[in-house]
Design a protein around this ligand. Structure first.
Ligand SMILES: [Zn+2]
Length: 256
């Protein structure tokens, strides 16, 4: 598995919203440190998404609006570019995790909320589809919050399904998760919106570190069942900074 990351993602001054927890200083540092210590994942440096890449999923007016905020535009274009890079690795048979911000799953065609700007995962899938590399996709979004933006941007592409797992507690969550994956369709690629805010000490107060390993392993098993094993994940939410590194690492160890 490869990690897709750019040093620019360490910057925390890209957002004009002072309540933007995704932009908290140091938020990605612990993740990259944990992955570096693990030592088994090479790091790829992504390029920003092009305007054409952004326009596959967003309206001209929306993209122009973000362009009016140069720091945000630069960071969000790079996040979308990292997702595209991860998807490109996946389609060639190498699993990948893109460690990015801002997140993307609340970014719809012409608006966004929840600290998101561009619909990273959806843009990556649309690019593969338009290049003729895939015809179908299954998106698993295990962030605490529903990926309404991903759903919106992928609307009109019936062969791209989005699954947001749920459950009142960790045991039920994992049981339903496994059940859904057992019944998941045969698709050309698995895309994962990896949010870590359902964590015990985060907003969701539900999942433990070992549960993130299990989630990764169940997704890996699904990809293996698909035959081609194509899979990539992109960082979404997760705000309890002290444990983000170990939770992301646990997921990666399962998913790799
Ligand atoms: Zn969330």
């Amino acid at each position: 598995m490869r990690v897709v990351f750019h040093e620019a993602f360490h910057a925390s001054d890209y957002s004009e919203d002072k309540y933007d927890n995704a932009a908290d200083p140091g938020r990605l540092a612990g993740i990259m440190e944990a992955l570096r210590v693990e030592g088994r994942y090479g790091v790829d440096v992504p390029a920003p998404a092009t305007r054409a890449d952004l326009l596959r999923g967003h309206s001209e007016a929306y993209v122009a609006d973000i362009e009016g905020k140069p720091k945000l535009f630069a960071m969000a274009s790079l996040a979308a570019g990292a997702a595209i890079h991860a998807a490109d690795l996946a389609v060639r048979g190498e699993s990948a995790f893109a460690c990015v911000r801002p997140p993307g799953h609340h970014a719809s065609r012409s608006s966004a909320w929840g600290h998101c700007t561009f619909s990273n995962v959806a843009l990556a899938l649309l690019k593969l589809r338009d290049a003729g590399l895939i015809r179908s996709a299954f998106v698993v979004d295990f962030d605490l919050h529903t990926g309404d933006g991903t759903i919106d941007v992928l609307r009109g592409w019936p062969e791209a399904q989005v699954f947001n797992p749920y459950g009142d507690n960790a045991a039920e969550y994992l049981r339903l998760f496994e059940q859904r994956l057992q019944a998941a369709p045969q698709v050309d690629i698995l895309a994962v919106s990896a949010g870590f805010d359902a964590y015990l000490h985060d907003l969701g107060r539900k999942l433990g570190t070992e549960d993130y390993f299990t989630i990764g392993r169940l997704l890996q098993a699904y990809a293996i069942r698909l035959g081609h094993q194509r899979r990539f994940a992109v960082m979404e939410g997760g705000y309890f900074i002290p444990d983000l590194g170990k939770n992301v690492l646990a997921f990666c160890r399962g998913f790799e």
